[in-house]
Ligand binder design. Structure first.
Ligand code: HPA
Length: 275
């Protein structure tokens, strides 16, 4: 397996980004999920860097994922935003998926905000709802730390508070002030790209999961190795397989995410303002 996350590779990528935005030091890193990429338009004084311009980054190949970094200001804080993330189902390794987290951290970001579109496993969840992620189940059976020690943190590290309770409380306060009701639940990360079967969804429900998607867990593992504080938010874009009778379609997922993306963005902007 190719070792992508190395000191040298990350440093080369950091220097390339700094070449586009000399002196820029982000406080917060934001990863935008499916259908939410448009929200990056809310970042002021934006510098746009396509992944192809950054050594060791692979371009995004997915509909609804632009595949570029956006550096700029959000709610008065300097942020680096991934407009489009990398997925395992595109053929990316865990290390390729997690690599940009190391780059954003080494640029200065100590906080990671991850978003995604997810299928609702909890039958009470409605399309368009927001779920703050309290924990995850890594059903992708891959991990970006596998391999020789990468030197960015311990090989064995605690994941008890993988998603910061402090940031989640802050997000709940902000949501309340915005009149936005939010759920709190467990996200299960699946490989995809096929959607799950109803039997898989029943199994995930029995495991205590509330929403399912094809991303996020690799990035959050990396952020925890780096000691970053993580806030995760899922936009419920569809009932998961078997939760209702409708067949699943990626077009419906992206359309629902497009419609409700503003809610998560407003929430994130409110949280970032109070960091
Ligand atoms: N399953 C997996 N990934 C998803 C789903 C789903 O139902 N909806 C959005 N991303």
């Amino acid at each position: 397996m190719e070792q992508v996350i190395t000191r040298e590779n990350v440093q080369e990528a950091v220097e390339a980004v700094q070449g586009f935005a000399p002196g820029f030091e982000p406080q917060v890193a934001v990863i935008l999920g499916s259908g939410m990429g448009q929200m990056a338009a809310g970042i002021q004084d934006a510098v746009v860097i396509p992944y192809g311009q950054v050594p060791h980054m692979v371009p995004s190949t997915v509909q609804g994922h632009a595949g570029r970094f956006i550096l700029g200001t959000l709610s008065g804080r300097s942020v680096i935003c991934m407009q489009g993330r990398l997925h395992a189902y595109e053929g990316n390794s865990a290390q390729q998926i997690a690599f940009p987290v190391y780059v954003m951290n080494q640029l200065g970001a100590k906080t990671l905000v991850v978003t995604n579109a997810a299928g609702g496993i909890d039958p009470a969840y409605q399309v368009g709802d927001v779920m703050l992620i309290s924990d995850h189940i890594n059903f992708q059976m891959m991990n970006p730390i596998i391999g020789p020690e990468n030197g960015f943190g311990p090989r064995f590290f605690d994941m008890t508070h993988a998603y910061s309770p402090v940031l989640r409380d802050l997000a709940k306060q902000v949501a309340r002030s915005q009149g936005l009701g939010v759920h709190e639940g467990v996200y299960v990360g699946d490989l995809g790209p096929s959607f799950e079967t109803p039997a898989e969804i029943r199994a995930f429900r029995a495991w205590g999961a509330h929403a399912v998607g094809m991303s996020t867990v690799q990035e959050v593992i990396a952020a925890n190795q780096l000691g970053m504080e993580v806030l995760g938010a899922s936009l419920i874009s569809n009932p998961a397989a078997g939760v209702c009778d409708e067949p699943l379609s990626i077009d419906d997922v992206v359309a629902a995410a497009n419609v409700a993306a503003g809610r998560i963005w407003e929430l994130i902007s409110g949280v970032v303002a109070r960091l």
